[in-house]
Design a protein around this ligand. Structure first.
Ligand code: CU
Length: 166
């Protein structure tokens, strides 16, 4: 009887702690995605493919324990529309997610907990091995933004680059 009570108490603690983790998880997930759901983006807005755009080719690669983008630094003018043409030269899927550094870091943490999550957001593309993809984007705000691959482990291996909007 005594043992049984102890087990019940231990189970109660377990339940409480997992509820706390669950609550923390939800609190992290909601701010990271709420803006995407409402069509608001820190780095500007989805472009209009019928309007002129400057083409910027970006290579996604892996090798030697590293992953990355080439170029890893892109400068654009405020108000400029860019057609990113993405080439994945690697053997793994890669992503190109356009946001602020803070948003990408937060988002990368969520991805570590939910590795099965895939993106179909207007500010990102997932590109298959040896495949290509496109993203048309209008940069409406000055500042420093980031493009990153948030597939677990890729960001840590260097898969991010900087976009400077002047
Ligand atoms: Cu990647």
């Amino acid at each position: 009887m005594h043992t049984h009570k102890r087990i019940v108490a231990a189970f109660g603690i377990l339940l409480t702690s997992s509820a706390v983790i669950l609550a923390a998880d939800v609190a992290m997930t909601v701010p990271a995605f709420a803006h995407e759901d409402h069509g608001w983006f820190s780095a500007g807005r989805p472009g209009d493919p019928t309007k002129p755009a400057r083409v910027v080719e970006v290579k996604m690669f892996e090798g030697g324990g590293k992953m990355g983008f080439e170029p890893a630094r892109i400068e654009v003018g405020r108000g400029e529309q860019i057609r990113f043409v993405l080439h994945n030269s690697g053997e793994e899927d890669h992503e190109f997610i356009l946001a602020t550094v803070g948003e990408n870091r937060k988002h990368a943490e969520v991805m570590k907990k939910h590795p099965e999550m895939e993106h179909a957001d207007p500010n990102g593309r997932r590109v298959l091995p040896h495949g290509s993809g496109e993203l048309v984007w209008k940069f409406t705000k000055r500042g420093t933004f980031e493009f990153a691959c948030l597939i677990p482990g890729h960001y840590d291996k260097g898969m991010f680059g900087q976009i400077i909007v002047k």
